[in-house]
Design a protein around this ligand. Structure first.
Ligand code: ATP
Length: 268
């Protein structure tokens, strides 16, 4: 963790989190009382939080916490059971097109077509979003530049390293210029250097373009002191707020210690 200085807490959560209060219209993405069951298994239990605009936010949870289930609801891969999700004031169930138009997604599993070139992968995605070919080409150049892969545009996806593929997926997710980018454990399977590069690219997007990011992970070393956290454990939000604030509130020397206390205590 870095030792960034404290600033205003831009992140507001609900539930029994550390910040309290409901701000269902204040942020870029709002998740309110979302619950989801698989048969008798409750994967999400009244999950609520608001993602602040232009901030790097982390959905922190161990395996099985419910991160992928939440992402599959935000992206409409699974049918809604309870609760609401809205983006920039557009309700996902009432107005899915408006929400998905503003949302960029990087899934946990690799989703590039390995037999296509980098630019063909991007062109395909741009077409799905209805971008005219000329605009799509211009945007593809710009987003590949953003992730330092402009010179690889003509290469087959299968010839890229794992980290480069992830960066192409990030570039692809930016083609339609989303205001919110969500990434489900995007560094899984990458080596230390590639992990750092992917993370740095996404942080730069937040800093330079004001995109709101939700980065799902279980890796504490990916988190900076001034990142906003949503701590998810066994389907429930156990706390929200800046990482350094959470540590202070829990009287913990490290985030790992704070997390352990929050996920073993029922009173947080
Ligand atoms: P991981 O990091 O391991 O992917 P996660 O935080 O993404 O974990 P989920 O994959 O959302 O968590 O799983 C949440 C809970 O729901 C787990 O207990 C999991 O076993 C269960 N679960 C997920 N998908 C299904 C399914 N299709 N059928 C039954 N149970 C499921």
């Amino acid at each position: 963790m870095t030792t960034a200085t404290r600033s205003g807490d831009a992140f507001k959560g609900t539930t029994r989190g550390t910040t309290g209060g409901t701000t269902h219209d204040a942020g870029a993405l709002t998740v309110a009382n979302v619950s989801h069951v698989y048969g008798k298994k409750r994967a999400l239990d009244h999950v609520s939080f608001t993602l602040a605009r232009g901030r790097f936010s982390v959905l922190l949870g161990l395996n099985g916490a419910g991160k992928t289930t939440l992402f599959s609801l935000i992206t409409r891969l699974q049918a809604f059971q309870a609760g609401t999700i809205s983006l920039d004031g557009h309700d996902l169930q009432r107005d899915p097109g408006e929400v998905l138009r503003r949302l960029g997604i990087v899934f946990q599993a690799r989703t590039l077509d390995l037999d296509l070139t980098v630019e063909q992968n991007l062109a395909y995605h741009a077409a799905l979003h209805g971008l005219p070919a000329r605009l799509a080409r211009a945007r593809a150049g710009a987003v590949l530049e953003r992730v330092d892969l402009a010179e690889r545009h003509g290469d087959k996806a299968r010839d890229l390293s794992g980290g480069q593929m992830r960066r192409v997926e990030i570039a692809r997710a930016l083609l339609h210029q989303p205001r919110v980018l969500i990434l489900d454990e995007p560094t899984v399977g990458l080596d230390i250097k590639a992990r750092a590069e992917v993370l740095a690219h996404v942080r730069t997007l937040v800093a330079e373009e004001g995109i709101a990011v939700l980065w799902a992970t279980h890796l504490f070393d990916e988190i900076d002191a001034d990142d906003d956290l949503v701590i998810l454990h066994q389907g429930r939000v156990r706390g929200t707020g800046r990482a350094d604030t959470i540590m202070e509130q829990m009287g913990a020397a490290t985030l790992t210690e704070a997390f352990t206390r929050m996920t073993t205590s029922e009173t947080v």
